[in-house]
Structures are given as structure tokens and as C-alpha cells.
Design a protein around this ligand. Structure first.
Ligand code: BEZ
Length: 208
């Protein structure tokens, strides 16, 4: 049974490169970007770890904490971080979970046995401050993730929460948004006093 959007992210206690953490306590009042990797000292993973570190100010501006996982030890992770910093020209400070016994990887179904019995695929979980899973994505081992998309979907989720809106295909911050069908026109008048464009009764766009 896979973890679903809307469910509470399972909690765990684990060793990381920044010490032992209780996952829910560590998230605290922030959002979390939790992402897994097949293994340390691999090329695609090295670029993704570096990109996450390079984007640390972007994540912080959105109140998002990053945390990685691969199925290696703290000692291996710490040696690898030196390589990440050196090759990706950055300083990685977010924690990387050590999961050599696959405890967390199995809990979060990051092991896809038809692909590998021991290495995690590239899973992403965006978790909100209520510890609710808000997005899941799974990438194959040989394809690096798109970090513009990760930031974009965080922006869309946070704006949706704040303004009660949905976002259209390929939405970017500043673009028009959608009034969800759950809000009828009567209620929309209060929530969106700026008005909206009714393309169809079920397709209403507005600016926020
Ligand atoms: C990588 O991170 O480069 C990688 C890991 C496993 C399979 C293919 C690529």
C-alpha cells in the first residue's frame, strides 16, 4: 500500500549527518522537502544534492527544510558531502538520513524491488507543517529531478492554501489562477472581490 496525498507522513527516528532526529519534531512548523537517492558517490545524485544545497535560500524563503536519504551510513554520507561541495561549488548543510538497513526507505516505499533490492529510487515527498503529505513524485534512478518544478509546486501549494485557489497547467508565480469548483459563484464574490473571468461555468480564472 503506497503513501497517499493527504495522509500523515509516517514518523521515524534516525541518524543523519546532522545527528539523530525525530522526523516530525525536526519538521516542526516548517514544510519539508524529503527526497531519496540510490547511493552515495554516484553522479546524478551528486548533482541533485548540490542543487538542493545551492537552492537553500529559495527553500528557506518558502519555510521549507530539505532532508535527503540514501541507503548508506553517516560516515559515507559525510565523505560524500565533501565531494558534493567540491564538485558542485556549494556548501551542503541540510541533513542526509543514513539508512543502511533500509528502515526508512521501506517505510516510505522508496525501494522498488524490480529496480533494486537495496538502492532507493528518486522519491520526493512534500510535507506540510501539519505533517500531511501534499505531493509525491517518483523518478527513475537515471533521471535527475527538475528543481524548478519542485519549487514551483511548493509555491502552488502554499498559494492554494493561502488564497483558496487551484493552479492551471504550467502555472508560474504571477500567472492567473483558477477558482476551484467547490466554491460557487455566491461564495466566490466574497473570496474574490476582484472578480473573475468565466470561460465556462466550471472554468473561472482570476488574479490574486
Ligand atoms: C546516479 O546517481 O548517477 C545513478 C544512480 C543509480 C543508477 C544510475 C545513476
Amino acid at each position: 500500500m503506497s503513501l497517499k496525498i493527504g495522509e500523515i507522513a509516517p514518523n521515524f527516528t534516525v541518524e543523519t549527518t546532522n545527528g539523530k532526529i525525530d522526523f516530525h519534531d525536526w519538521i516542526g512548523d516548517s514544510w519539508a522537502f524529503f527526497f531519496s537517492h540510490p547511493a552515495d558517490f554516484t553522479p546524478v545524485c551528486t548533482t541533485e544534492m548540490g542543487r538542493t544545497a545551492q537552492l537553500s535560500e529559495e527553500f528557506a524563503a518558502r519555510n521549507v527544510k530539505s532532508i535527503g536519504l540514501s541507503t548508506d551510513t553517516v560516515e559515507e554520507h559525510k565523505k560524500w558531502i565533501l565531494d558534493v561541495n567540491d564538485t558542485q561549488n556549494t556548501t551542503l548543510t541540510f541533513p542526509i538520513i543514513a539508512d543502511p538497513d533500509l528502515k526508512v526507505a521501506k517505510l516510505y516505499e522508496m525501494i522498488h524491488p524490480a529496480e533494486s533490492e537495496t538502492a532507493a529510487v528518486r522519491s520526493v515527498f512534500i510535507i506540510d507543517p501539519n505533517k500531511k503529505i501534499r505531493l509525491t513524485m517518483t523518478y527513475p534512478m537515471n533521471v535527475g529531478r527538475n528543481f524548478d518544478e519542485i519549487l514551483r509546486v511548493i509555491d502552488a501549494l502554499q498559494l492554494g492554501d493561502e488564497k483558496k485557489i487551484a493552479t492551471p497547467a504550467d502555472w508560474l508565480p504571477g500567472d492567473e489562477v483558477i477558482i476551484p469548483p467547490s466554491i460557487d459563484n455566491e461564495a466566490a464574490k466574497d473570496i474574490f472581490p476582484q472578480g473573475w473571468n468565466e470561460i465556462r461555468p466550471y472554468l473561472r480564472t482570476t488574479k490574486v
